[in-house]
Design a binder for this molecule. Sequence first.
Ligand code: NDP
Length: 328
Amino acid sequence: MKSLQIEEYGKIDEVTQLVETDLPEPESNQVVVQLLASPIHPSNVMLIKGEYVQVKFPHKLGTEGLGKVTKVGTDVDNLSVGDVVLLPGGKPAWQTEMLANANQLHALPVKDKDMMLQLAMTSINPPTAYLMLHNFVDLEEGDWVIQNAANSAVGRYLIQFAHNMGVKTINVVRRAELKEELKAIGADAVVVDGDNLAQQVKEIVGDGKVRLGIDAVAGEASSRLLSCLSKGATMVVYGSMSLQPIKIQLGPLLANEAVITSFWLSKWYRETDPSEIMPLLQKISKMILEGKLSTKISKTFSLDQYKEALNYADSEAKGGKVLFTNFD
Ligand code: NDP
């Protein structure tokens, strides 16, 4: 089996290696899962560059995906060869095959390849969007939420979840051409980031309340987002696409008595009981399977094309997610 790994941090196309090893036979309670699809997230790229969490080397890459069962251990009775499953959490996803404990996996009723690409992105960005909407502010129908990097996958999922809740979204982007696309998936307002952001938002919400701000950009963008919030609102910082530290002007912080906090899904997974995690992932995969939740896909690559794939995933204005695929 082939897998992608790093032995040091550095330029993504220089330090990433495709290595080949033998896969042992599955134990009686295990299955062999062949990779079908796995996304390349900003955190995957940042990790390779040494800009994310510190890891031990060699470090195998990839964080989530979808696979197909190709062999079952002698005691496995919940899965059969050919079943499609989410890859087990906590295992490197960018490998053509892996062993997994059968009791961690559930067969998903999916045959369509486009749907498989969507399902391969079930366990990171959709729960991030869902939990940020539900865990910080008790939002009521008609409330406004503002988010930047609204064209990201997290941003697009958040638009769809909020729309279902009757919560209105103001979506801050850096490219005006995204306005109609985001409105088509349920965005109430789409604005281009800039020094006049607070003024643009005031004109949209009028007397309405912007009770939650969601920041994936950091740097100066954090201050601009903060200045759009209503009194007593909460701002959740969960990403740093600008690669800058969060910069906050004291004025808007004092004026609107905002609470600034953070969200990290890895911590939520570590600290949350599986009895709470499983229902959320099932709810999300059901919505994806029913066509009620999706994100835009830009391009797919095979694992062998990893240099091209990683560089493309690290480029600007791709307009959607980049995935590795390994379909027959
Ligand atoms: P995507 O790869 O889908 O999209 C990235 C988005 O960021 C694009 O819309 C891009 O805009 C925008 N962007 C890139 N650079 C900048 C910049 N300098 N200023 C403003 N916007 C920028 O991202 P994901 O949805 O996978 O992830 C979004 C963020 O969420 C990332 O920072 C990621 O690390 C974080 N994240 C955090 C989690 C947590 O638990 N804290 C969990 C999951 C994700 P454009 O379209 O114009 O190129």
